[in-house]
Design a protein around this ligand. Structure first.
Ligand SMILES: CC(C)(COP(=O)(O)OP(=O)(O)OC[C@H]1O[C@@H](n2cnc3c(N)ncnc32)[C@H](O)[C@@H]1OP(=O)(O)O)[C@@H](O)C(=O)NCCC(=O)NCCS
Length: 195
């Protein structure tokens, strides 16, 4: 009895989120700003959610103040996703915090369960359209991720990143090498040095 009530609650929550995400334009943005806090782990003030947002396990997703979400953003929150303040997320971005397990070739992937790895997106990051963030990644403060990049490793603060796999192609603000050595692969020689 308790289990079926729980399952019903999960389904009702999914239905409510689906309905909320489909409301277009200004009324939708108003409704999502007002109601998403009921589903998310936390939500700072003045967030903007355009339509088409899909979030699984929203209770594991924390969103800071003044974050902006373009149309059609997908977040799988099972492993935990944290967006700090003033994160800008372009249309159709995907943020994934869960992987299928596949280590045992004798067992179908569907039966091997899941790996959960938290994603953290620090303050003032811009994810351009169609970016894909893989489980376990941290995007450092102020980084810019170019359109369609696939980010499978953590990104240092203020980097400009592009491609699949994503690589540092420039800087908004160049850090000391000692600060970033543990976070990135060797950086391309062809970097633009920012201010
Ligand atoms: C992030 C962005 C603004 C950077 O623009 P920029 O500063 O003019 O940078 P550049 O275009 O000079 O790119 C720098 C280098 O990265 C490469 N690069 C940029 N974007 C790339 C991509 N998505 N994939 C592969 N390489 C890319 C460029 O070829 C260039 O390399 P080069 O110096 O060897 O020629 C731009 O690439 C972008 O993604 N815009 C997003 C548009 C968008 O999604 N809008 C929705 C609004 S939320």
């Amino acid at each position: 009895m308790k289990e079926s009530w729980w399952a019903l609650r999960v389904q009702l929550k999914a239905l409510a989120l689906w309905f909320l995400s489909g409301i277009p334009e200004a009324p939708g943005m108003w409704a999502r700003r007002a109601c998403m806090r009921l589903f998310l782990q936390s939500l700072g003030p003045k967030a903007v959610f355009q339509s088409g947002l899909r979030v699984t396990n929203p209770e594991r997703v924390a969103i800071g103040a003044h974050c902006r979400f373009g149309q059609g953003v997908s977040i799988t929150g099972g492993g935990g996703v944290r967006n700090a303040d003033r994160v800008s997320i372009g249309p159709d971005v995907k943020i994934w915090s869960v992987n299928h397990r596949f280590e045992d070739p004798a067992v179908p992937i569907q039966l091997q369960g899941w790996d959960h790895k938290p994603v953290s997106i620090e303050e003032d990051v811009w994810l351009a359209a169609n970016v894909f963030i893989m489980p376990g990644v941290t995007i450092g403060r102020g980084a810019v991720i170019s359109a369609c990049s696939v980010v499978h490793k953590s990104i240092p603060p203020y980097a400009l990143v592009a491609g699949n796999p994503a690589r540092v192609v420039g800087w908004r603000k160049r850090p000391d090498d000692a600060d970033i050595g543990h976070l990135v692969e060797p950086i391309s020689r062809n970097v633009k040095i920012g201010a």
